[in-house]
Design a binder for this molecule. Structure first.
Ligand code: F6P
Length: 539
C-alpha cells in the first residue's frame, strides 16, 4: 500500500503550529535557558554512544507537543511500518524502499512480492566477504600474478558518493589497498586518476544500478581501453568487476558473470552503500568493518522504528528542520562535522536530502503551496569557522546547523582534541547567546564600531555528540539522516524516492552531444545556440 496523501498545512496541528509560531518567533533562547534550568536535560536524547542535545533550538515543550500531534494526524507511525515492511512507497516508480533490509539480521523476514529478500541479501554479503578478503590477503591476484595495491570505484551519484564518503570517513581503518573514485564524465578526472595507477595491480569496480549511466559507462570504457594497452582481453576478468541490477548490460560490456555483484531495484541509488555498492568500502576497510557499519545502521533502524516521538532522534531532527523550513522560512541548513574524516559528509547528504525531497508535486499529483526540501551544505569545523561562519553568526539569513562531534579522537592526541572540542562547544554557545551591545561597550569599543561587533545570537543548532568515529557509529549517523529524510518526505507529502528531476538535463545532453557529433545544430534558444557555435569554433 502506498503512503497516505495528506496536505500537512490543512491539518489542525499545522494551524496550531502557526499560532504557536507567532507567539514564540521573537523569543530569545537564552531567556528560555535562564528561566528553565532543566531545559538542556529535557531536550537531550542519550542513546547508545550518541548524545543528542537539541535544546539550542527555538522551541519549547509546546512546540514538541504540537509536532507530535502533527505526526499523529499525518499517520507517521503507519508510514514507518510501510517503509520497513516493503510496501510500494516509491509509488511513482512502483517500488518498495528497502535499504533497511540490507542491514537486517539473517533471521529477519522482509517480503517483496511475497518473497523474503533477506536470504539473497545475505548471499550477496557472503560474496562481498569472500571477494574482498581474497583481494586484501592477496590470494586473488592480477594478470601478472601480483597482489592488488589499488582499487578504483567507477560510478556516479549514489554509486559514488556513498562509498566515497564512507571510505574517506573510515580512512583510519583502511588497509594497504589505496582507494580511488572516478565519477565525472570530465575526461581530466579519469586521466588524472589513471596516471597514478599500475594496471598489473589495480582492481576496477564498475558500479551502476542501471548500467546505462553515461558518465560511468564512458569512464569504464576509457579505463578498459587503457587497461588493454597493457593487459590482454582475457586479463580483463581478473581486473574488472561490476555491481548492478542490470546483469544483461554488464555482460554485454564484457564482464564475466562470476564478477557481477547483484543489487535490487528496491534499493535507491542514494541509499545503496549498504548493498554491493559498498564493495569498495569492504575492500578499503575490510569486510568486518563493513559489517559493523551495517550493524550500526540496523541499530538506528530499530531505534527509529520503536522509539516514542520524544526520544526518537531522526524524528525530532526532522521536525526541527520542518519548523525552520516551513515556519521560520529558513532556506538552508548546515552540517558541520568536527572531524576532518567527515570531509565528504555534507556532499553525500546533498544527494541524499536534495534528490529525495527536492519535489514540488504532492502525493496526490498536485503542486504544493508550501516549502519542501531545503538546501543542505557544510564543511568540517574548524576550517568552516574561518570561511562561512561569519554569515551564520551575523548574516541576514537564519541557518540552523547540526554540529557533529566525537568525544574521543582516533589518533589519541588529546591536546588537539581538547582544542577541537572547545571550538565545537564555543560555536554553538556563541550562536545561542550572541553578544549584546552592553557587552561590546564594556570591552571599551569605540561608539562607531559598536554595532558591527554585536551578535544577535538565537541561532539554532543541534549538537550530535558521539563517542568515537567507528564503522558502527558512522552507520548509525548515516541511517539517522536517512530516516530524517523519510520523516520530512512523509510530512511534506512528497514521494521521496524517485528522482525525475535529474532526467531532463540528461536527455538534452544526449541530444546536444548528437548535434556536436554530427555538426548539425538544431533550434535552441539563442543563448544555447551561441554557446554551441562558440564551442564549435573553439574546441
Ligand atoms: O543522478 C541520478 C541517478 O539516477 C542517481 O539517483 C543515481 O545514484 C545515479 O544517477 C547513478 O545511477 P546508476 O547507479 O544507475 O549509474
Amino acid at each position: 500500500m502506498a503512503l497516505n496523501s495528506i496536505n500537512p498545512t490543512q491539518t489542525k496541528a499545522w494551524a496550531k503550529l502557526n499560532s504557536h509560531f507567532e507567539a514564540v518567533k521573537d523569543a530569545h533562547m537564552k531567556t528560555w535557558f535562564a528561566e528553565n534550568p532543566g531545559r538542556a536535560d529535557k531536550f537531550t536524547i542519550q542513546w547508545e554512544d550518541f548524545y543528542v542535545d537539541f535544546s539550542k533550538n527555538r522551541i519549547n515543550e509546546e512546540t514538541l507537543t504540537l509536532f507530535k500531534a502533527l505526526a499523529e494526524e499525518l499517520k507517521l507511525k503507519d508510514a514507518i511500518s510501510k517503509y520497513f515492511e516493503g510496501d510500494i512507497i516509491n509509488h511513482t516508480e512502483g517500488r518498495a524502499v528497502l535499504h533497511t533490509a540490507l542491514r537486517a539480521p539473517k533471521d529477519a523476514n522482509v517480503l517483496v512480492d511475497g518473497a523474503n529478500v533477506i536470504p539473497e541479501i545475505h548471499e550477496v554479503k557472503s560474496l562481498i566477504k569472500t571477494f574482498s578478503e581474497a583481494i586484501i590477503n592477496g590470494t586473488k591476484k592480477g594478470y601478472t600474478n601480483k597482489a592488488f595495491t589499488d582499487v578504483v570505484n567507477i560510478g556516479i551519484g549514489g554509486s559514488d558518493l556513498g562509498p566515497a564518503m564512507v571510505v574517506d570517513s573510515l580512512a583510519f581503518y583502511g588497509n594497504h589497498l589505496t582507494p580511488h573514485f572516478v565519477s565525472n564524465v570530465d575526461g581530466d578526472h579519469v586521466n588524472e586518476v589513471l596516471k597514478t595507477l599500475n594496471p598489473e595491480t589495480t582492481l576496477f569496480v564498475i558500479v551502476s544500478k542501471t548500467f546505462t549511466t553515461q558518465e560511468t559507462l564512458s569512464n569504464a570504457t576509457t579505463i578498459r581501453e587503457w587497461f588493454l594497452k597493457h593487459g590482454k582481453q582475457e586479463d580483463v576478468a581478473k581486473h574488472f568487476v561490476a555491481v548492478s541490477t542490470n546483469i544483461a548490460k554488464v555482460e554485454a560490456f564484457g564482464i564475466e558473470s562470476s564478477n557481477i555483484f547483484p543489487m535490487w531495484d528496491w534499493v535507491g541509488g542514494r541509499f545503496s552503500l549498504w548493498s554491493a555498492v559498498g564493495l569498495s568500502i569492504s575492500l578499503a576497510v575490510g569486510y568486518d568493518n563493513f559489517e559493523s557499519l551495517l550493524a550500526g545502521a540496523h541499530k538506528m533502524d530499530t531505534h527509529f522504528k520503536e522509539e516514542e516521538f520524544e526520544t526518537n532522534i531522526p524524528t525530532i531532527l526532522a521536525f526541527l528542520s520542518i519548523w525552520y523550513n516551513n515556519f521560520f522560512k529558513a532556506e538552508s541548513e548546515a552540517v558541520i562535522p568536527y572531524t576532518q574524516y567527515l570531509n565528504q559528509f555534507a556532499t553525500y547528504l546533498q544527494q541524499a536530502i536534495m534528490e529525495s525531497n527536492g519535489k514540488s508535486i504532492d502525493r496526490s499529483g498536485v503542486e504544493v503551496d508550501y516549502q519542501t526540501g531545503n538546501l543542505v551544505w557544510g564543511e568540517p569545523g574548524t576550517n568552516s569557522q574561518h570561511a562561512f561562519f561569519q554569515l551564520i553568526h551575523q548574516g541576514t539569513k537564519l541557518i540552523p546547523a547540526d554540529f557533529i562531534g566525537f568525544t574521543q579522537p582516533l589518533h589519541g592526541n588529546n591536546d588537539h582534541q581538547d582544542k577541537l572540542i572547545s571550538n565545537f562547544f564555543a560555536q554553538t554557545e556563541a550562536l545561542l547567546n550572541g553578544k549584546t551591545e552592553a557587552e561590546v561597550v564594556a570591552e571599551g569599543t569605540s561608539a562607531e564600531i559598536i554595532p558591527f561587533k554585536v551578535f544577535e545570537g538565537n541561532k539554532p543548532t543541534n549538537t550530535i555528540f558521539i563517542k568515537q568515529l567507528t564503522p558502527e557509529s558512522l552507520g548509525k549517523l548515516i541511517a539517522m539522516y536517512e530516516h530524517k529524510i523519510f520523516v520530512q518526505g512523509v510530512v511534506w507529502n512528497v514521494f521521496s524516492y524517485d528522482q525525475f528531476g535529474v532526467e531532463l538535463g540528461k536527455q538534452l545532453a544526449t541530444k546536444i552531444l548528437e548535434e556536436i557529433n554530427t555538426g548539425s545544430i538544431a533550434n535552441h534558444d539563442t543563448s544555447t545556440s551561441n554557446l554551441l557555435k562558440y564551442y564549435k569554433k573553439n574546441r
